[in-house]
Design a protein around this ligand. Structure first.
Ligand code: SF4
Length: 213
């Protein structure tokens, strides 16, 4: 089977299986997603959602976050781990957004990754979810499943991102990454993937190798 055919099979198969897939971080304003993503490093989305509920309840605007008492911010984000660095990045980022971007979250990779604490993963999430641009969020699920499927052969997030940008149609990239997360949680989990019931097993190199070698 040709690569293009496999990619489309994977895109369509996961689309049918998870039509409603979306980012599991809660937010109302773009900056809230930006900070929630910063908090999600080494933390579950479920815990981040609990913390951001308190965070955005306490500080209701970007201005309030920019001017907040750092020890109070640290206390609130403490459950997410690495709390000092996360609090420092969030407050610094709020200041840069206000000073350089008029309080708006920018919509280019270059500007986003220039913000304190913002890497390509976060930038891609904003580009895809907030601005509807082609974007590949190379998180742990995306990297693992792309490798299992044989779409790429690297654990390096940037290499995986670039590879998927090359082979996945641009308007499918963002949602495919969300669906990888859902698929990773429901079926293709790291410890025991449920390959026999996986809806994309016929496009999966790992499955094909194990069952037809
Ligand atoms: S067939 Fe197995 S390894 Fe391949 S994507 Fe499905 S669950 Fe993952």
């Amino acid at each position: 089977m040709k690569l293009k055919e496999r990619v489309l099979g994977i895109v369509e198969g996961l689309k049918r299986e998870y039509p409603q897939a979306e980012c599991s971080l809660n937010y109302e304003e773009p900056y809230q997603l930006l900070f929630a993503t910063r908090l999600s490093a080494q933390c579950t989305d479920a815990r981040v959602n609990i913390v951001t509920k308190e965070l955005y309840g306490r500080f209701k605007t970007l201005q309030e976050i920019a001017e907040c008492d750092i020890s109070e911010l640290e206390r609130i984000v403490h459950p997410c781990g690495v709390y000092r660095m996360k609090a420092r990045d969030i407050r610094a980022c709020a200041n840069v957004l206000l000073e350089k971007h008029g309080g708006r979250v920018p919509d280019t990779m270059e500007e986003l990754t220039a913000l304190p604490g913002v890497g390509r993963k976060t930038a891609n999430l904003i580009l895809g979810d907030v601005y509807g641009k082609p974007a590949v969020v190379a998180d742990t699920h995306c990297i693992r499943i792309s490798n299992m499927l044989g779409l790429c052969d690297s654990k390096d997030p940037k290499k995986v991102e670039m590879r998927l940008r090359d082979i996945v149609p641009p308007d499918e990239q963002n949602m495919l990454c969300h669906r990888f997360v859902w698929h990773g949680r429901a079926v293709c989990n790291a410890r025991s993937p449920k390959c026999d019931s996986c809806v994309i097993n016929k496009f999966c190199k790992t499955y094909q190798k194990e069952n037809h070698s």
